[in-house]
Design a protein around this ligand. Structure first.
Ligand code: 13P
Length: 254
């Protein structure tokens, strides 16, 4: 039985005031969802200490949007998984398509981030997904398999017992174009089938979130799909009402 997870990815957004208001508004929906669905927000690193102070004692979990492969040292500008853990992070997103694209992060490097997160007590949220051209060329699973295989090669299939996968078709991110529930379900099922070639137990247990214009309107149908275990939400996670409605959709399908 997989507990749905609804996770916000704030990306490069927020002010002290907006973060305070948002976290305060999300504590009650997260507490009410407890036992049926889990709720988390992934914040820009500068806000993580604030989120920790605000969310502590509630059922709202928090995490980072990325993490470095090193735990400390001369790596200017990076965020160590040890430090993120010290500030109470449960999760670390790794391999988001915006980082793969803008920061030229390849799958092997993402796998090292996944490993560093996991070795230091964070649950990695591994993002996978294809571009529009790859989707049009029916290459979705070629891309996704390569992204998953890099992690399996470095960390082993059993590492997914303590990780989350987020399928985020790049063409659906921030575009308002959502993969139809049928398209998303098919890819999620294909991901599970691929993992099952290594371990049926891992394939059955791992949570696979959908991301890409997941919002209050699209979430109910997406979350009703058999292999979709919640969402990784960008834009709609910045608005307490919208995000609360997405949490409610996950609870309704739990
Ligand atoms: P949007 O929900 O804004 O499309 O972003 C999705 C995403 O990239 C979440 O990580």
């Amino acid at each position: 039985m997989r507990t749905p997870l609804v996770m916000g990815n704030w990306k490069l957004n927020g002010t002290k005031d907006s973060v305070t208001a948002l976290v305060n508004a999300l504590k009650e929906p997260a507490n009410n969802a407890a036992g049926k669905a889990e709720v988390a927000v992934c914040a820009p690193a500068v806000f993580i200490g604030m989120v920790e102070n605000l969310a502590q004692g509630s059922k709202l979990a928090w995490g980072s949007e990325d993490c470095d492969i090193h735990t400390s040292g001369a790596y200017t500008g990076e965020n160590s998984p040890v430090m993120l853990r010290e500030f109470g992070c449960t999760y670390a997103i790794v391999g988001h398509s915006e980082r793969r694209e803008y920061h030229k992060e390849c799958s092997n490097y993402v796998a090292q981030k996944y490993q560093a997160a996991q070795q230091n007590g964070l649950i990695p949220v591994l993002c996978v997904g294809e571009s529009e051209a790859e989707f049009d060329a029916s290459k979705t699973m070629d891309v996704v398999r390569e992204e998953l295989k890099a992690v399996i090669d470095l960390c082993g299939i059993d590492s997914f017992k303590n990780a989350v996968i987020a399928y985020e078709p790049i063409w659906a991110i921030g575009t308002g174009k959502t993969a139809t529930p049928e398209i998303a379900q098919k890819v999620h099922a294909d991901i599970r089938a691929y993992l099952a070639t290594f371990s049926q137990e891992v394939a059955d247990g791992v949570r696979i979130l959908y991301g890409g214009s997941c919002n209050a309107k699209t979430a109910p149908e997406l979350f009703a799909q058999k292999d979709i275990d919640g969402g990784l939400v960008g834009g709609a996670s910045l608005k307490a009402d919208d995000f609360s409605a997405i949490i409610a959709a996950a609870v309704a399908n739990a």
